[in-house]
Design a protein around this ligand. Structure first.
Ligand code: ADP
Ligand code: ADP
Ligand code: ZN
Length: 228
């Protein structure tokens, strides 16, 4: 299954991608995570991207497309993947289509996680992550069961992103509305877009996504009509 999670910063794409990854045994391809690794490694791409990311702007389409093109050919993507944070512009969406169609493949579903802007600021400013395993948490909405200890791996080492501050979030939201939102009608017109209510609790959002995927696979398996 080739899935794309679309939504503004803080909508819960990463949180839901982790759950879907476990459920379907397909990898999460998160361009933000890939870029942060390049920055940490001080690669040429990382040095170019760091300042752009700190401002909350988009890294250039060419660099991102080159980065993702190599990734989808790796062995673990054979049965599908969950795209998180890519594509983010019309040019990226077109490049993805070309990449997939040249491999006789296509996106199966695009899930939009809808959340109002005012909620996103509190989501982002309270976000932190386990440095060891990448599990995501929130100061208020998703605290570890034992304060300071990762539920998943037991690590006590957590990180907060440099760009997760109120000023940068506002620019990232503006960039989302202007550059990424135009992808919604693009995927809707192809009949592969499903929108879920991202303002519900984390478990309820997962349930909506699983229900949407189950419903769509029923329709697909019958050539377009729901089974009786
Ligand atoms: P994204 O990948 O879309 O930027 P994240 O998955 O990192 O978003 O979620 C942003 C923050 O909000 C995290 O701290 C996460 O724990 C929290 N969060 C995610 N989904 C929900 C939800 N449905 N309700 C409340 N908090 C959430
Ligand atoms: P969030 O889900 O919180 O918006 P991400 O981790 O997806 O954040 O992305 C962090 C930053 O990395 C973005 O603000 C942007 O600067 C850069 N970035 C990530 N993915 C892309 C992309 N597909 N195109 C351009 N820039 C990107
Ligand atoms: Zn952990």
């Amino acid at each position: 299954m080739r899935l794309l999670l679309l939504g503004p910063p803080g909508a819960g794409k990463g949180t839901q991608a982790h759950r879907l990854m476990a459920r379907y045994s397909i990898p999460q391809l998160a361009t933000g995570d890939m870029l942060r690794k390049e920055v940490a490694d001080r690669s040429e791409l990382g040095r170019t991207a760091a300042e752009i990311m700190e401002r909350g702007d988009l890294v250039s389409d060419d660099l991102i497309i080159a980065m993702i093109a190599g990734r989808i050919d790796q062995e673990d993507c054979r049965n599908g993947f969950i795209l998180d944070g890519f594509p983010r512009s019309p040019a990226q969406a077109e490049a993805l289509d070309t990449m997939l169609s040249s491999r006789a493949s296509a996106l199966d579903r695009v899930i939009e996680i809808g959340v109002d802007d005012d909620i996103l600021v509190s989501r982002i400013t309270g976000r932190f992550t386990c440095r060891a395993c990448g599990a995501g948490y929130h100061d208020v909405f998703r605290k570890p069961a034992r304060s300071g200890v990762c539920d998943v791996c037991g690590s006590t080492d957590f990180v907060r992103r440099a760009d997760d501050n109120e000023d940068t979030v506002r620019s990232r939201l503006a960039v989302y509305h202007c550059r990424t939102e135009p992808l919604l009608p693009y995927y809707a017109s192809r009949g592969i877009l499903v929108t879920v209510d991202g303002m519900a609790g984390i478990d309820a959002v997962t349930e909506q996504i699983l229900a949407a995927l189950a419903a769509s696979s029923t329709i697909d398996s019958d050539g377009g009509r729901p089974l009786e």
